[in-house]
Design a protein around this ligand. Structure first.
Ligand SMILES: [Zn+2]
Length: 81
């Protein structure tokens, strides 16, 4: 199974919640080993989720996905290709 970055991002919350099926999980982990962009995205996403967990709420903050998308765009700009 070959994933591109967009597919990894779609599944990133499932990845963090350990809700992916093993085949998809393996494909994503393989992609992350070779993709600096997705590794950075995963780190950013994990930071947001940790902060959220520290506040003892498991709902994503308002504006979460806009901020994430913005961050993704910045990361992509900084890592052309
Ligand atoms: Zn990637």
């Amino acid at each position: 199974m070959k994933l591109d970055c967009k597919h990894v991002w779609e599944h990133i919350s499932g990845y963090l919640d350990h809700q992916l099926d093993p085949e998809l999980l393996a494909a994503i982990e393989k992609h992350l080993e070779n993709c600096e962009v997705c590794a950075a995205v995963l780190d950013s996403t994990r930071n947001v989720l940790v902060l959220t967990a520290d506040d003892r709420t498991y709902e994503l903050p308002v504006g979460y996905s806009q901020r994430l998308h913005q961050r993704l765009r910045t990361i992509i700009r900084e890592h052309p290709g």
